[in-house]
Design a protein around this ligand. Structure first.
Ligand code: FAD
Length: 651
């Protein structure tokens, strides 16, 4: 990166020249995330001797803080970095020329602890955006390839995916309107305002590749920060004028005759109208409709009650007896926050979660680290790459099933067993002074079979509080006064909070979507949603799903990455239509079916498909309809460009 001034991101300011003293640089380095720093400095200075073998992260330990580098290694890496930064400063802060691909590959392979990375090179060049380019932007304009052709979209949803699609369509000069039921953009990050809501995926990775920020206030930013980011994206990419807020899509119907979608919407005033467009994007998310458990008496509780995604900030919890049902991803974020206020907190748990120890989970990015991001060109991008790898493809083998491995259901392979041992040790240590809780909080299923959660010690501290009870008895019924468990105990409470997740497998509900020859999408799916690459569905021409079936991840990576791949693919489809003079494309059923067979077979070989533990990854048919089982690289490769042979093209 010659200069970050050329970045496509509206949030990245040019890096500042280093004018600080040696001691000030040393002080900043004391707080550095080291594994991406030496690669960043090698990239910046062209000095590949910085990539010392004895300071390279061990691939088996990359999930650990500082990539598992020992104290001695860390001290040496800091000393090396100090000398490199002093030389860079004394040389007038002039970056070396951008390395050739062979050198870049060497730097990347060093960064990941030695794995072969040549297949990843072009992907990572995009993800890093380190040459200041937005490499996923369409390099064509509709009016150039199909002059006079009017092609338009309706996009349903203005969350992360809908905004992204809109930005790309705008770049290609294609008309669209976004229809959003909420008062504002942001989707997940607008709706989930519960206390403690934050990302589980570090922000340097959970952000658009073309709109990176170097100045995230937290490693795992809070909901307000995320919402502000997506709002600013909507402004920066000039999308506001194309969004119809407080408008819900009720139904979408494909017209075989007109070769168009007719989209029925209802505005804030209750009035309905029909929008017509050539193509339809569903960007409604997987986690947008709250799920309430199928428990006798749900809805009968007489006191205040709400779901985590519809947090009622008017309900006073101070001093109250509060019940929370669920200990999933949202619940473990808000339970510690409300435990300090509630008079008594009853936590009803069905299945305990595995927790990845994350000491900096709640920490702001330290001043030293902020200084480094602001002064060391490309460091932030290399950190993004480091996260991409260590929370992505670099750890996928740890949850892949080894069929010859038999550990009685507790793990799926030797690598998975090692993870299980490390995480069990963590949980046992956290609850060492409360042996009565250990059996309740220690999972008996393999790590990766359910979503792995993060913890910095707050979960144990919370469950050990005098005013908190962890209840693992089966819930028999919800009653007007509280919850009755299978042991016959009536737990009377003042407030009942559902931390019970989302109707994730009910993709695109409650919209009615009708395709060719009047076929109903939900009848076709019959509760088992499938799509080709998670994007297109046979019989539904020019319908593109974002964050659709089998595009979720369990341990690895960020949904933003998937949406970026999907949006590039759909832009490729539009280009194919416009260039070929077609009006629509419909994915071939055999192509779709074969793809789904591959996905199903591979999901069964992953911890989440193999284990019979309950999880939101499986639909009512027991099929994993949420998750992508292959590498992130493979999704990128498969979606890089559409293949015309996969489709029936409609004139
Ligand atoms: C609490 C929480 C934490 C998460 N943390 C992470 C994380 O750390 N990392 C990660 O990668 N992912 C995380 N996710 C997943 C998250 O949903 C995605 O990362 C991302 O926000 C999905 O964006 P989206 O635009 O596809 O969907 P959403 O953000 O769900 O947006 C969908 C939008 O569509 C609108 N909509 C839906 N139906 C209609 C309709 N019929 N008419 C009009 N508008 C409609 C909704 O109002 C909403 O605005 C988290 C999810 C939750 C709930």
């Amino acid at each position: 990166m010659a200069s970050q001034a050329t970045s496509s991101s509206p949030f990245v300011a040019p890096t500042e020249p280093i004018t600080e003293s040696d001691d000030e640089i040393r002080a900043a380095l004391a707080e550095a995330e080291l594994p991406p720093l030496l690669p960043a400095l090698a990239y910046l200075t062209g000095d590949l001797s910085l990539l010392r073998d004895d300071l390279r992260p061990d691939p088996l330990l990359i999930g650990m803080p500082q990539g598992g580098l020992t104290e001695t290694q860390q001290a040496e890496a800091k000393e090396l970095a100090l000398r490199a930064l002093i030389a860079y400063r004394d040389n007038g802060c002039k970056p070396a020329p951008i390395p050739a691909d062979a050198e870049l590959l060497r730097i990347m392979e060093y960064a990941v602890g030695g794995a072969a990375m040549s297949d990843y090179l072009p992907l990572l060049e995009e993800e890093l955006a380190y040459r200041g380019e937005d490499r996923r932007a369409p390099r064509w304009r509709a009016e150039e390839i199909a002059p006079g052709v009017d092609f338009s979209f309706v996009i349903v949803g203005a969350g992360m995916s809908g905004l992204l699609a809109a930005h790309r369509l705008k770049q290609a000069g294609i008309r669209f309107v976004i229809v959003e039921k909420n008062d504002d953009v942001g989707g997940t990050w607008y709706e989930n305002s519960y206390p403690g809501c934050r990302v589980d995926n570090p922000n340097h990775n959970y952000s658009y590749s073309f709109a990176q920020r170097h100045d995230w206030p937290f490693h795992f930013s809070t909901q307000d920060v995320l919402l502000d980011y997506f709002r600013r994206c909507a402004d920066a990419f000039d999308l506001r004028g194309d969004i119809r807020l407080r408008t819900e899509v009720l139904a979408a119907e494909w017209s075989d005759e007109d070769v168009r979608w007719n989209v029925r919407v209802r505005g804030a005033d209750g009035r309905e109208e029909t929008l017509s467009a050539n193509a339809l994007i569903s960007a409604v998310g997987q986690l947008n409709r709250p799920n309430f458990p199928d428990i006798e008496g749900t809805g009968t509780f007489a006191g205040p009650t709400f779901h985590s995604a519809r947090w009622d900030h008017d309900v006073e919890l101070r001093g109250k007896r509060v019940a929370v049902i669920g200990t999933g991803a949202s619940a473990v974020q808000f339970i510690p926050e409300i435990a300090t206020d509630a008079g008594e907190l009853l936590v009803f748990q069905r299945t305990p979660a595995w927790f990845g120890p994350t000491p900096d989970y709640h920490d702001p990015v330290s001043p030293g680290q902020c200084w480094l991001y602001a002064h060391v060109p490309s460091y932030s991008e290399w950190n993004r790459f480091w996260i991409f790898w260590r929370m992505g493809d670099g750890v996928l083998d740890g949850v892949r099933v080894d069929e010859s491995w038999d550990a009685g259901g507790g793990s799926v392979s030797a690598a998975n067993e090692m993870v299980r041992l490390i995480l069990s040790e963590y949980i046992r240590a956290e609850f060492a002074d409360r042996p009565d809780l250990v059996d309740k909080v220690l999972p008996v299923y393999p790590p990766g079979a359910k979503r792995m959660l993060r913890d910095n010690g707050i979960w144990a501290r919370t469950l050990k509080r005098d005013n908190v009870q962890l209840i693992t008895e089966h819930i028999d019924a919800i009653t007007p006064s509280g919850i009755r468990t299978a042991d016959g105990v009536e737990h009377e409470v003042d407030v009942l909070i559902y931390g019970t997740g989302f109707q994730a497998s009910k993709f695109l509900t409650p919209m009615k979507v009708t395709g060719r020859a009047g076929i109903d999408l939900h009848e076709q799916w019959n509760g088992d949603a499938r799509a080709y690459l998670g994007i297109t569905v046979p019989g539904f021409p020019n319908l593109f799903c974002l964050y659709g079936p089998n595009t979720n991840i369990v341990i690895n990576g960020s949904i933003v990455y998937f949406s970026e791949c999907e949006v590039r693919y759909l832009l490729g489809c539009v280009r194919m239509l416009l260039e070929g003079g077609y009006r629509a494309l419909d994915v071939r059923k055999d192509v779709h079916d074969e793809f789904n067979e591959q996905v199903d077979a591979e999901n069964k070989r992953m911890a989440w498909g193999w284990s019979d533990v309950n999880s939101w990854y499986k639909n009512a048919h027991g099929r994993v309809a949420q998750n992508w089982p292959f590498t992130l690289l493979e999704y990128w490769q498969r979606t890089r460009e559409p293949n015309a042979d996969d489709f029936e093209m409609l004139p």
